[in-house]
Design a protein around this ligand. Structure first.
Ligand SMILES: Nc1ncnc2c1ncn2[C@@H]1O[C@H](COP(=O)(O)OP(=O)(O)O)[C@@H](O)[C@H]1O
Ligand SMILES: [Mg+2]
Length: 292
């Protein structure tokens, strides 16, 4: 079984062009592997759950693609590969700037991008004050998470208290709160994908059976016109987190806000809706980097 293999005997030799770092391969990683190979690149696979990754002192392939489901393992593997002078897509900087929502919103805001009004709260007391600040209807999300998990629409202090109590029982990265202004989106958002300095297109994701528009929660994706405003915002957001291959999600009411940047974007819904072969574009980008 291909995915159980680690190209250990190849890794570190000049016979690999690009190292694909995966832990739980999804459709996206399989497509990326196929496209890398089909444009003639020699690919090594590394599963950091199975194989150790050396820090420093070892010569990794010129380019590495980090596609782990575990954000923290991806971050650490990216940093280790960078220490071996590999060009890592996305870099450890980008992975943490996208993977920790507090860091991400801060980077976006620093770059002058519009974000929903957002407060960071580390305790139930602070969360309650933030809830009042945003006007008594809020979105509460943990600093680290994906697929919409634990993202809650809060309309009462009592619900906020229950969420905070549950969160305090949890460990580590999901403990804190981002308390945010609720944007009246009617369960929709927009997603752009950026590779290098190009925006590949835009889809609208429409929630089904939930107020959140994550495809993982049943939302459907359909093509949406890439306006010059969206294109400009997406490129600016990518720049803000130094992202080379990222998705940028927007919430829209009468204004447009950047809600999220994702450093390991899933793109099967985007590909199906737009017909753009995202994996191919990424593979071509890697090839260009190898030539650079
Ligand atoms: N401030 C907000 N206002 C309105 N809807 C939101 C807000 N924040 C999140 N959502 C909805 O919840 C979904 C999940 O939130 P998000 O911040 O993207 O977390 P995740 O990383 O889990 O996808 C979004 O796609 C959007 O539909
Ligand atoms: Mg999201």
């Amino acid at each position: 079984m291909l995915w159980a293999l680690f190209a250990g005997e190849l890794f570190g030799t000049s016979s690999i062009d690009v190292l694909l770092v995966v832990d739980h391969p999804r459709v996206e990683e399989k497509l990326i592997l196929r496209e890398l190979k089909s444009i003639g690149l020699r690919v090594g696979l590394l599963n950091p759950r199975v194989s150790p990754v050396q820090i420093g002192g070892f010569s990794a392939p010129a380019v590495s693609l980090v596609r782990t489901v575990s954000m923290f393992n991806g971050l650490r593997a990216a940093a280790a590969l960078e220490s071996q002078d590999s060009h890592v897509v996305n870099s450890s900087y980008t992975i943490i700037a996208c993977g920790d929502k507090a860091v991400g919103y801060a980077k976006l805001a620093s770059a002058g991008l519009p974000i929903p009004r957002t407060y960071l709260a580390f305790s139930m007391e602070a969360a309650a004050k933030a809830f009042e600040e945003v006007g008594g209807v809020a979105v509460d999300k943990p600093p680290v998470g994906s697929w919409g998990r634990m993202v809650s629409l809060v309309r009462s202090r009592r619900l906020l208290k229950y969420i905070a109590e549950a969160r305090e029982e949890m460990s580590g990265s999901v403990r804190g709160h981002l308390i945010q202004q609720y944007i009246e989106t009617k369960g929709r958002d927009l997603r752009c994908l950026v590779v290098g300095d190009r925006v590949l297109g835009c889809v609208e994701r429409v929630a089904r059976g939930d107020w959140r528009s994550n495809v993982a929660l049943g939302a459907s994706a359909r093509p949406h016109e890439l306006s010059s405003e969206l294109e400009e915002l997406a490129l600016k957001a990518a720049e803000a987190v130094q992202g080379e291959f990222i998705s940028v999600d927007f919430l829209v009411d009468s204004s447009t806000y950047v809600n999220e940047v994702n450093g390991t974007p899933e793109f099967k819904g985007f590909m199906a809706a737009t017909g753009v072969n995202v994996a191919r574009k990424l593979a071509e980008h890697v090839k260009e980097r190898l030539r650079a």
